[in-house]
Design a protein around this ligand. Structure first.
Ligand SMILES: [Fe+2]
Length: 408
């Protein structure tokens, strides 16, 4: 995290995780670029079977011996939640007159909106209706007490999971939950799925996207998101950008990543929330935060977005964000299943230039006389637009050149 002061400059943000954190390359899913993601996760764990398959016994998970059950614990449903959650406040192209918001609810709540007022008590608010979209989220399977359900399954000599073509384990030795695991036993993990074979289950939810428009530049506003029917969030605040060049501060942080992604045992989302709080204390006048990617470790795991966004909610309600997509922000749990191209944009309300969504989007914005360009290196997939699989394709490159030329 650093504080930056800038004016009259163009800045380009791309994911910079590799420069900042060695942990970036330790993900199970980093193998997705050319290796075996799920398999790599088991490399550092001596997962051995001490009983004949299918019966109660024990397994060595990292530094611990866990008891296995032959029966898989019942998967508990994800509780319905129509209180606005996973709230994000994002910079649109013109943050001097607009501000964008994103939040989740289980249902399509009628009358979802953002209310904006110059009064801290929300007097005479302007109302902007939300666009609500049904999405399918994938949550980790948990038991009724919220513990993750893991299977101890057969592996090859390298410790790689032995899976059939459809991704199902070839041999299940038994089941355990993370209720048995100690925090010290997550030191060798980089994701929640390193501890054993974990499955996700689909849940229908809704995203709500709203943009407040027609605001006054350089003005403090208060806001709340939600609905009359289900209630509103706590009141947050933001300051619109100055219309012209003006010295300003912003916070830059990156790779919240949420390694382990397991709040029961160890959860990096809490560290991310704390880092952001300390950054705000250090830079109390910061007008926004630039996050340069790898918001989560594994984009397909909804639990991670819940943890990262909700644990940082106090900060997120007071600080607009410019999010940059990182490579992890399009990962599925197992690389065989391809990439998750929508999750980043489902959880954010950042501009989408050229309708180009591929594990995120690219866009630009002006703030107090500085021009920011956010590139999307998840555009690195081989296609007609990107024959040599460069970091970005031709269309994005052409757009970036034009965008920067126009900003000069
Ligand atoms: Fe990273």
């Amino acid at each position: 995290m650093v504080e930056n002061q800038t004016a009259n400059r163009s800045l380009i943000a791309v994911t910079i995780c590799a420069l900042l954190l060695g942990g970036c390359s330790t993900s199970a899913n980093d193998g997705a670029a050319g290796g075996d993601g799920a398999a790599a996760s088991a490399d550092s764990a001596a997962v051995t079977q001490e009983t004949n398959g299918g019966h109660d016994g024990t397994a060595e998970i990292g530094s611990q011996t866990v008891e296995l059950s032959a029966e898989k614990p019942e998967v508990a449903p994800v509780a319905k939640n129509n209180e606005p959650n996973r709230i994000a406040m994002n910079l649109p192209e013109d943050p001097s007159t607009q501000m964008s918001f994103n939040w989740y609810t289980t249902d399509d709540v009628p009358g979802s909106m953002v209310r904006v007022s110059t009064d801290a008590g929300m007097a005479e608010p302007l109302e902007f209706p939300a666009e609500t979209t049904e999405v399918t989220s994938e949550y980790a399977e948990r038991d009724k007490d919220g513990f993750y359900i893991y299977a101890d399954i057969a592996t090859n000599d390298d410790g790689d999971f032995l899976l059939d073509d459809d991704g199902t384990p070839q041999e299940v030795h038994g089941y355990f939950t993370d209720a048995q695991l100690d925090r010290s036993n997550t030191e060798w993990t980089s994701s929640g799925s390193d501890l054993g074979f974990l499955e996700l289950h689909e849940v229908t939810e809704h995203t709500n996207k709203a943009t407040a428009t027609g605001l006054e530049p350089g003005t403090e506003y208060f806001f709340e998101v939600g609905s009359e029917e289900e209630g509103f969030s706590e009141v947050g605040s933001f300051r619109t950008s100055a219309a012209d060049s003006e010295e300003f501060s912003f916070i830059h942080y990156t790779d919240t990543q949420n390694a382990y992604w397991n709040a029961n045992v160890n959860n990096e989302a809490a560290y991310g929330a704390n880092t952001l709080e300390l950054a705000r204390e250090t830079a109390p006048k910061a007008l926004f935060a630039l996050h340069t990617g790898d918001f989560v470790e594994t984009a397909a795991v909804e639990d991670e977005w819940v943890d990262n966004l909700d644990m940082s909610q106090d900060s997120n309600l007071q600080l607009p964000h410019a999010y940059t997509p990182g490579n992890h922000d399009e990962y599925r749990l197992r690389y065989q299943n391809g990439k998750n191209l929508e999750s980043f944009n489902n959880h954010t309300n950042v501009p989408i230039t050229n309708d180009a969504v591929t594990g995120g989007s690219y866009y630009s914005f002006d703030h107090s006389g500085a021009h920011f360009v956010i590139l999307n290196t998840n555009d690195n997939k081989e296609s007609e637009d990107n024959l040599e699989q460069g970091a970005i394709g031709q269309e994005q490159m052409e757009w970036a050149k034009q965008d920067i030329a126009q900003a000069r």
